[in-house]
Design a protein around this ligand. Structure first.
Ligand code: 5RP
Ligand code: FE2
Length: 220
């Protein structure tokens, strides 16, 4: 298994998005945060802009939907060409059906939970998922501190994935940096979202390489 680095464009300069996307071309996935000002108290971009992002991105797009009513909106992101679409368990009426629908459309299906949400009720869905996203900050804003209290939950998901013999990725998002990534990998994460840590670096490509090698040494 390889450590996968997904820079979040939440920390990029949105006025120069194409240039900012090219800065992270050596990463594995481009993480795009979609916020609706309802599920979280912040607003970013929606389907028309995400579709353009997909067109210019040299790497696959990983959409993180922090929105209400994902049943209504998430399929549009698969249609827009996102290779991975992650929606929040707290907002979904029927996560299994939505995950299946996204997969049928050719996207990878991800299920996300806030730091305070128990993951146990969702472990039975693992067979219908490609990724579980464990938020390591309260969703809504970049630049927050990594919450170590989420690490036992990361371990729990990794153990459940291994026990079931599945290939479900475990993603962490929020406050991931060269100071925290090894702890996340130790706990069982293999996909690492990093906004501030990558876009705040003078040489974003060098930071991606550093994060990847730090995580790789601690992968399960
Ligand atoms: O989903 C998110 C916030 O809700 C972002 O992906 C996340 O916060 C990345 O930013 P940073 O690495 O700066 O914490
Ligand atoms: Fe995110």
């Amino acid at each position: 298994m390889d450590a996968l680095i997904a820079p979040s464009i939440l920390a990029a300069d949105y006025v120069n998005l194409e240039r900012e996307i090219r800065r992270v071309a050596s990463a594995d996935w481009l993480h795009v945060d979609v916020m609706d000002n309802h599920f979280v108290p912040n607003l970013t971009i929606g389907p028309p802009v995400v579709e353009k992002v997909v067109q210019v991105s040299p790497i696959p797009v990983d959409a993180h939907l922090m929105i209400d009513d994902p049943e209504r909106w998430a399929p549009g992101y698969a249609e827009a060409g996102c290779a991975s679409v992650t929606f929040h368990a707290e907002a979904s009426r029927d996560p299994r059906a939505l995950a299946r629908q996204l997969r049928d459309m050719g996207a990878r299906a991800g299920l996300a939970v806030r730091p305070g949400t128990d993951i146990d009720p969702y472990l039975e869905l693992l067979g219908d998922l490609d990724m579980v996203l464990l938020m390591t900050v309260e969703p809504g804003f970049g630049g927050q501190s990594f919450q170590d209290s989420v690490l036992p939950k990361v371990r729990r998901v990794r153990d459940a994935v291994s026990a079931a013999g599945l290939d479900v990725w475990v993603q962490v998002d929020g406050g991931v940096s060269e100071r925290t990534i090894e702890r996340a990998a130790d706990a069982g994460a293999n996909v690492f979202v990093a906004g501030t840590a990558v876009y705040g670096a003078e040489d974003a490509a060098e930071r991606v390489t550093l994060l990847r090698s730090l995580a790789q040494g601690h992968l399960h």
